[in-house]
Design a protein around this ligand. Structure first.
Ligand code: NAG
Ligand code: NAG
Length: 403
């Protein structure tokens, strides 16, 4: 009896130790977040294990999360939902049922998942697009672009760009009854990266006549150069997105060769020839004082020029939208940026806000002090959080007021 009790005690202590993660003070529903994070960590450990044994690629194991959260396209009383293809890229399409007389609004949405995992058919993304379509009376196109490690940059970008261009054709817009003056792009995390890149590249595309009215970027990744900004330093082990995982996602976007990952992990991946690009991500200039929090800016340490030659993608603004000149930012549409305090990508978003405002672009910046990376994807049971509902409602309300 005594032995059994002892075993039970030890087992519970081990489980509690495993589940326990330090969570910043002001985050609510801490235990639920810890449980969610423990599941993610377990999948991460399995992925490392399977990779070391040579059974599966790390990302193939993480992809199980996407598969587990898949829901088929299902129409409801408000929205007709179908899976189809635009320009040979799979999309999930949400058409409002309401028979309004006027034209509808249009949104193109790119899911998150570090360019490696995720899909439009994941339950939280399906719900977000459904709510957007219903509450805005908008046609929503949610894109299942191709993913790493099977496909590397620029495939992810090219897929979402092709879909956006296809949708923006006047014949397609009129087929769906969409007002060409009320169209936006949006995305979260890696999807926010893709949305920002699409909005920039459309500016110079002479084949596209329709202009975007808005872009909405939810905790986007916007740069590849400085992986040691204050937010990277403060959130190395914050739930949902740790620094090792971010470095893995980011390097995997360009190559499966681990030399880029290793160089990124020590922030020595940018060749000296590209030193001029650092001005665009110089947080000592671009962050407000309250976010610098006493961190000291040090000059970049350069890496081998080999990496830059082999994988030029990581220096390309289509992968790192912060790397464009100011002139390129000027034509961008009205912008919504959500940043979360406890997120290593926080400073990417905040720096983009500074640069956009400097360039004269109108920006609504929602900085959520009690939030962490990925929060908007926690809106469907059993992993829904009050925070996820609050942030997704704020995002949809902004679209409703501005699109
Ligand atoms: C349909 O729309 C109404 C009004 O917005 C909402 O109350 C209801 O929950 C929606 N139905 C579904 C299945 O989402
Ligand atoms: C970054 O900005 C600071 C001024 O805030 C400046 O002293 C420094 O030289 C800049 N560094 C780079 C690499 O742009």
């Amino acid at each position: 009896m005594g032995t059994k009790a002892l075993c039970l005690f030890v087992a519970s202590a081990l489980v509690a130790y495993y589940i326990y993660t330090p969570i910043p003070e002001n985050i609510e529903e801490r235990w639920k977040l810890m449980l969610i994070n423990a599941v993610f960590r377990t999948v991460g450990h399995l992925a490392e294990f399977a990779e070391q044994l040579g059974l599966m690629h790390y990302m193939e194991v993480l992809m199980l999360i996407t598969a587990a959260e898949y829901v088929p396209p299902t129409s409801d009383e408000n929205v007709t939902v179908t899976d189809t293809e635009f320009s040979n890229v799979p999309v999930r399409l949400y058409l409002p049922r309401e028979q309004s007389s006027g034209l509808k609004r249009g949104m193109v949405y790119f899911h998150g998942g570090g360019w490696c995992i995720g899909g439009a058919g994941m339950k939280p993304y399906d719900l977000l697009s459904r709510q957007t379509s219903n509450q805005l009376n908008a046609v929503v196109v949610s894109v299942s672009y191709r993913l790493a490690p099977k496909y590397h940059f620029p495939v992810q970008f090219e897929d979402v760009y092709a879909v956006t261009k296809f949708f923006l054709q006047s014949s397609v817009l009129s087929q769906y009854g969409v007002d060409p003056n009320r169209i936006g792009v949006a995305g979260d995390s890696a999807g926010g990266n893709l949305a920002a890149a699409v909005a920039q590249q459309l500016l110079d595309d002479l084949e596209v006549k329709t202009k975007l009215k808005v872009q909405a970027l939810l905790y986007p990744a916007l740069q590849t150069l400085d992986l040691n900004s204050p937010s990277y330093r403060e959130n190395e082990n914050t739930p949902i997105l740790s620094k090792p995982l971010m470095v893995r996602f980011l390097s995997e976007y360009f190559t499966t060769d681990s030399s880029l990952r290793e160089a990124m992990a020590s922030n020595r991946h940018v060749p000296a020839e590209s030193s001029h690009l650092f001005q665009f991500v110089n947080w000592s200039k671009l962050l407000p004082e309250e976010l610098k929090k006493g961190h000291v800016y040090t000059s970049p340490v350069y890496g081998s020029s080999n990496l830059g030659k082999k994988y030029p993608g990581f220096l390309d603004p289509r992968a790192a939208p912060l790397l464009v000149e100011d002139a390129k930012l000027r034509g961008l549409p009205l912008t919504y940026v959500l940043t979360c305090e406890h997120d290593l990508l926080r400073d990417d978003g905040v720096m983009y806000v500074s640069r956009l405002r400097e360039a004269g672009v109108k920006v609504t910046h929602n900085h959520a002090k009690d939030a962490f990376h990925g929060a908007v994807a926690f809106i469907s049971s059993p992993t829904d959080l009050a925070l996820g509902h609050r942030l997704s409602n704020q995002y949809i309300k902004w679209l409703n007021d501005n699109l």
